[in-house]
Design a protein. Structure first.
Length: 72
């Protein structure tokens, strides 16, 4: 699975890494490499199934979800 990682530079923190396809999937690092390594770990944990979560997960979007219309 390929996921896009967005890196944002910050003078205060270093780098913030975000995965737009995974809501709430965010991490930081002092360097680009550290931020990428941290977000890779976060993605693995984010996608790891939780044994006590017996509910069926509903996808956020599916083929039946209508897309918002924009004004012409």
């Amino acid at each position: 699975m390929k996921l896009q990682i967005v890196l944002e530079h910050s003078d205060e923190v270093g780098y913030t890494a975000i995965v737009p396809a995974l809501p709430g999937c965010i991490s930081e690092g002092d360097t680009r490499n550290e931020a990428i390594a941290n977000i890779q770990e976060v993605v693995v944990l984010y996608l790891e199934p939780v044994e006590d979560d017996k509910r069926k997960r509903t996808p956020i979007f599916n083929n039946k979800t209508p897309l918002p219309r924009t004004a012409p």
